[in-house]
Design a protein around this ligand. Structure first.
Ligand code: GDP
Ligand code: IMO
Ligand code: MG
Length: 421
């Protein structure tokens, strides 16, 4: 039976997962999303167009069936907009399938996300304000509305109970309350439009794999944003590490094939939280401009810094990464000198072990190795051997340090600008 290859973000998101999933999808039948929601923004540049995918698995752009797994939280309004956008661009959206057990984001989740950020005052997380955290909270509190409820007969009653409860909270904080009838009338129409996409995704995926189909999994967010393994509380509300794959799809550990860890040749972060290799100087600004580091979802400028191999090693341990994908080698190659972090200095001692402990991270000083940049124009390079020796040296160093092979290198945003090793 064919194994499922999983694509995972190794840092704080935006490593170029969408790009590599789209590339891998050319040899896959089914592409699945297992975690997160439309806090994700996965860019795919192909066929002369640029797509920003938030909920629909990016593999759909390269002819794979796209399954939104049970672990995903779905904003129906955003999903319908995304379906329309793809249809308008000639993409076959009949290939989309939605798990009956995925949870639904409703307007009170988004309002709650914003209100909770307000309440946090100086301890803001810097969420995407898409209602992700509050929706997962309801899932675990067991008052969430799953897709099967959303399109079924008990939606009205479940919605009423939830709105009453949330309105009491909004009132407490002097916020505007939701009108149940208005929300119900709007969302029952969304439910009607989306119902045809619903499937029993767990049995569907198992049956298709037993029938010889190749499945790939598109991770969203990333290791250091994981609720358990990330820099808590500056994290998202799901498990974007490989652990989220089984829980969010119903597939089992024996079915996992390759685990691709995606990274940029530098690093970035959106939102608050510790970031050891962050550059708060003109080099950081230069990387942001060269790499066009502005959020795909919220358009916020991304914090930028050097590549952190201590964090990468942690991501490899937590996820069982078998293959590395290094994007933006073209971007980093525009700098004259490149640094890469190989250790954290804390209280005079150098360690190669990452800790997500925020208080410790604040005290960590990065230890760097320096490399020559100025790689020249890489946009048309398609073979590793054709990369300048300086670029090969940088990539080989990452592989040697981590002990993990590099399988793909990105030399530009387009689908074609990918080197396979
Ligand atoms: P994701 O969330 O992990 O899918 O990543 P995003 O799409 O949010 O951010 C990655 C950005 O880098 C996008 O704008 C991509 O088009 C771009 N990108 C990906 N790989 C490369 C690469 O190798 N070189 C360059 N120059 N851009 C890339
Ligand atoms: P992709 O899949 C980058 C960050 C937010 C915030 C924190 C919590 O495109 O890599 P949330 O809205 O999830 O409660 O926000 O997580 N965040 C991301 N940062 N890329 C993402 O997704 C992200 N998804 C969430 O900025 O700091
Ligand atoms: Mg992104």
């Amino acid at each position: 039976m064919k194994k499922v290859d999983v694509v995972i973000g190794t840092f704080f998101g935006d490593e170029g997962k969408g790009k590599i999933i789209d590339f891998l999808a050319s040899k896959a039948d089914i592409s699945i999303r297992c975690t997160g929601g439309n806090n994700a923004g996965h860019t795919v540049e192909a066929m002369g167009k640029k797509f920003a995918m938030h909920l629909i698995p990016s593999g759909l752009l390269n002819n794979a069936i796209g399954v939104i797994g049970n672990g995903v939280v779905i904003d129906p309004r955003v999903l319908l907009e995304e379906i329309k956008l793809l249809k308008d661009n000639g993409i076959d959206t009949n290939k989309l399938k939605i798990s009956d057990h995925a949870h639904v984001i409703l307007p009170y989740h988004i309002m709650m996300d914003k209100l909770l950020e307000e309440i946090r005052k100086s301890n803001k997380i810097g969420t995407t304000a898409r209602g992700i955290g509050p929706c997962y909270c309801d899932k675990y509190e067991r008052c969430g509305i799953r897709f099967v409820d959303f399109v079924g007969d008990n939606f009205k009653e479940l919605l009423k109970i939830n709105i009453e409860k949330k309105n009491a909270f909004f009132e407490l904080y002097g916020k505007e309350k939701l009108n149940f009838e208005e929300v119900y009338n709007e969302y029952k129409e969304y439910a009607r439009l989306l119902k045809p996409y619903m499937i029993d995704s767990v049995n569907y995926l198992h049956n298709e794999i037993e029938n010889g189909k190749k499945v790939i999994c598109e991770g969203a967010q990333a290791t250091l944003l994981d609720i358990d393994f990330g820099t808590y509380p500056y994290v998202t509300s799901s498990n974007p590490t490989v652990s989220g794959f089984c829980a969010g799809s119903g597939l089992n550990v024996h079915q996992i094939g390759k685990v691709y860890g995606v990274l940029k040749a530098y690093s970035s972060r959106v939102g608050e939280g510790p970031y050891v290799t962050e550059l708060l100087d003109e080099t950081g600004d230069l990387i942001r401009e060269l790499g066009h580091e502005y959020g795909t979802t919220t358009k916020r400028p991304r914090r930028c810094g050097w590549l952190d191999l201590v964090a990468l090693k942690y991501a490899i341990r937590v996820n069982g990464i078998t293959d590395l994908v290094i994007n933006h080698v073209d971007t980093i190659g525009k700098l004259e000198k490149i640094k890469v972090c190989t250790g954290y200095k804390v209280n005079g001692k150098v360690s190669g072990d990452y800790t997500p402990n925020v208080e410790v991270l604040k005290k960590c000083e990065p230890v760097y190795e320096e490399f020559d940049g100025n790689f020249g124009d890489l946009s048309k390079v398609r073979k590793f051997e054709d990369l300048p020796v300086k670029a090969q040296k940088y990539i080989n160093f990452i592989s040697t340090y981590t002990g993990v092979r590099v399988s793909y290198i990105g030399v530009g945003p387009d689908r074609k600008q990918t080197i396979k090793l």
